[in-house]
Design a protein around this ligand. Sequence first.
Ligand SMILES: NC(=O)c1ccc[n+]([C@@H]2O[C@H](COP(=O)([O-])OP(=O)(O)OC[C@H]3O[C@@H](n4cnc5c(N)ncnc54)[C@H](O)[C@@H]3O)[C@@H](O)[C@H]2O)c1
Ligand SMILES: [Fe+2]
Length: 402
Amino acid sequence: MPSAYEAYCRSYQSIMRLAVQFLDWTEPTVLNGKGAIADLADLIQKKGYKKILFVTDEGLQKLHLPDTLLELLKERNIEVFVYDKVKPNPSIASIEEARTMYADNGCEAIIAMGGGSVMDCAKAAGARIACPNKSVAQMRGELKVGRKIPMLFAIPTTAGTGSETTIAAVVSNPETHEKFSINDPHLRPKYAVLDPELTVGLPGKITSTTGMDALTHAVEAYIGQSNTKDTERAAKDAVRLIFSNLETAYNEPQNLQARSNMLLASYYAGLAFTRAYVGYCHAIAHALGGMYGVPHGLANAVILPVMLDWFKESAWHRLAELADAAGMRDCGISDEEKARAFIEEIRRMNRNMQIPSTIKEIQDEDMDLIAERAMHEGNPLYPVPKIMNKEECKDVLKILKG
Ligand SMILES: NC(=O)c1ccc[n+]([C@@H]2O[C@H](COP(=O)([O-])OP(=O)(O)OC[C@H]3O[C@@H](n4cnc5c(N)ncnc54)[C@H](O)[C@@H]3O)[C@@H](O)[C@H]2O)c1
Ligand SMILES: [Fe+2]
């Protein structure tokens, strides 16, 4: 017999499953492959935009990653205003600065070139431009934007978040040390540019952890209870591509094929979770990101195998299907055997890419608040295989602390 709380969570999720069917799920147009940013410059010219806000971060500027596109736009007489102050886990202050730059210069569209932090800052700035009377905090949660944001071109430079195709912008509030999500189909970029040349310079640590973030999206979406045929296919494709390309991208940073496949995987995983949701890995990762600044991908990489263990038999069948989709051989016959082998494979990948198995930042005295925040995010929204309560979440945090 499910408890009253579980029954409440499941009914909420059923209502959401029905409600989201009526939303606009149009995917971005994808410009894919080496040199795709040149196609973007042509496209922007064709569309007739004359003033563009370009959101990026200082790290990428130092690496001169935006230079080629900025040059191509200049050649086409398109005026570009660069906002490059986005920090990892983008803050409300950054979002406001980007929005002001857009408004002060009469911009007509936004380009976001960077990782999830940059893309989310651009999305949230777009939401503020569309809704000048709503604060960022007021747009927290589901469907609070409700208006068309300016044209947004998203160019990921990490292969992880899938933000170029999701309806989410994850924002952090440095005052309360909280991270929260704004979820609204209006935030979905109209164009996603997947150019592998932009990711060949990614350091190993960012390659590995952002790749594990993408894996977490695909796995959490697939084992959840709100899939469609499309999200199932996208999640399986993402898992297959990540299992066969992430370690290659980590060990051979210049391997364009592996980089390209990881960008695709991250995009597919984004497609899957933006419709089918994530789960408790993300709920805990966001709490740890807000509290201690633990990088999002790193947190997910460590949490994923621990959480999959916790789900036990409620996830075995779906994990066994993912083991098959990933082409894992000789890993047993029963669902349980395959699921355990799948989880072990994640641990092996983590070890081989020097990702730790614990999160040392977690402090005993913070566990109550971390669990409270994680459960606030996860329940009743996420259609996870098994509903967790706060005490159980604290048990998981103890395992994560090591
Ligand atoms: N909107 C969504 O759907 C969604 C999904 C998952 C995660 N997120 C959010 O995205 C953020 C994390 O994004 P992220 O993991 O992409 O990292 P990030 O954007 O925070 O970037 C991390 C670091 O990597 C550097 N970097 C990025 N690309 C590089 C490149 N090609 N070469 C060298 N350095 C590069 C950046 O300069 C930065 O210092 C978190 O805030 C997370 O909560 C959003
Ligand atoms: Fe994520």
